[in-house]
Design a protein around this ligand. Structure first.
Ligand code: BMA
Length: 340
């Protein structure tokens, strides 16, 4: 039984391995059999990475970034009994518009999957005359209806909160440019209807710590806890050999998530294993989802590794929240309301 309570549906079958005896740094440990998804995982799909999963009807379902053999990314549906062994649909998800006409994006990558009330939302990055955010809803994972694009280009890494706050949908995003964006802060926007988004607020920016000194971006959907919204995000540093993507952690105010209550100065996970350091793009750990069980306090983090694989890492609500609080460093532009 954990001390910090996560406020979320029970997931007693969350994948799990016990913490190794010897550990340095943050209390986040990798699944020993990583990566959970290897190369050429489905027909005409060369790599699956940066993908999001969730519990569904006692088992698990997910939306996966499938890099096709022709190099164009789309979203594929996958199902699993244990959240480790996945079976993927052969065809990419077929989106339609509100009238039921086919409405496919030009490309789609880095999907997040979030349930708000009775609807599942998929949020991804796509072309809207430049990289921007695409969204769709489903209630049965058979029919996927695209919604209006929430933001103007350029924007990436949109992450919806799993419940409304003061009656409004809330979404993190990371305004960017048309390339590999050498800057970027996390903002939050709100909407009454998932069509019109506004009241944008700054949440947090890069820090002086090496691992997030270039830019940051939202990761997994925030987890509601008795301490605030637990956010796993990515932080990027620039080296003479390219970008390095690590996983960071912060806790946002429960009523007003533009306020950062705690922010861990240390990375929680950084590329160290072969499948994180070696692949299509070296040195990337990119969180897109968690599975978590409030009863046991267990959290399983799903992350893309080296733009090639999917990795799984574990922590508990108690351990990670204590660690973030113990190593918290916040600056004025974290703790302020974020309005100028
Ligand atoms: C970012 C995104 C991610 C990718 C990362 C590293 O800009 O495109 O999908 O994992 O770069 O290549």
């Amino acid at each position: 039984m954990s001390e910090v309570k996560m406020i979320a549906p029970a997931v007693p079958n969350v994948p799990w391995q016990e913490r190794p005896e010897k550990m340095n740094g943050a209390p986040v440990w990798r699944y020993k059999e990583n990566p959970v998804i290897g190369r050429n995982p489905a027909k005409e799909v060369a790599r699956i990475f940066n993908s999001a999963v969730m519990p569904y009807e006692g088992e698990f379902i997910g939306v996966f970034r499938g890099e096709q053999t022709n190099g164009i990314p789309y979203i594929y549906l996958g199902k699993s009994k244990d959240a480790i062994h996945w079976e993927f649909d052969e065809e990419k998800i077929s989106f339609e518009d509100e009238e039921g006409n086919p409405f496919m994006p030009v490309y789609a990558y880095d999907p997040r999957l979030v349930k708000v009330e009775d609807t599942y939302y998929i949020i991804w990055c796509q072309d809207f005359y430049g990289a921007s955010i695409g969204m769709a809803r489903t209630t049965d994972f058979k029919k996927f209806v695209r919604l209006e694009n929430p933001f103007l280009p350029f924007n990436r890494n949109a992450v919806l909160f799993p419940r409304k706050i003061h009656g409004k949908f809330m979404m993190l995003s990371r305004p960017s440019d048309s390339g590999h964006t050498p800057f970027g802060d996390i903002f939050v926007s709100e909407s009454l209807d998932m069509v019109y988004w506004g009241r944008h607020r700054h949440v947090m920016g890069k820090s002086s710590e090496w691992w997030e000194s270039l830019k940051i971006g939202g990761g997994a959907a925030p987890i509601e806890t008795t301490e605030g919204w637990l956010l796993f995000y990515h932080g990027v540093s620039q080296t003479c050999n390219g970008y390095v993507y690590s996983i960071g952690g912060a806790i946002l105010d429960i009523d007003n998530p533009s306020i950062v209550k705690y922010r861990c100065e240390n990375f929680l996970l950084t590329p160290e294993e072969w499948y994180e350091e070696r692949g299509f793009v070296a040195n990337v750990t990119f969180p897109c989802a968690t599975l978590h069980d409030p009863e046991s306090g267990r959290i399983a983090i799903y992350y893309g590794a080296a733009d090639t694989y999917v990795g799984l890492a574990f922590t508990t609500a108690d351990e990670i929240i204590s660690y973030i609080k113990e190593h918290s460093v916040t600056r004025e532009n974290d703790t302020e309301i974020g309005k100028r």
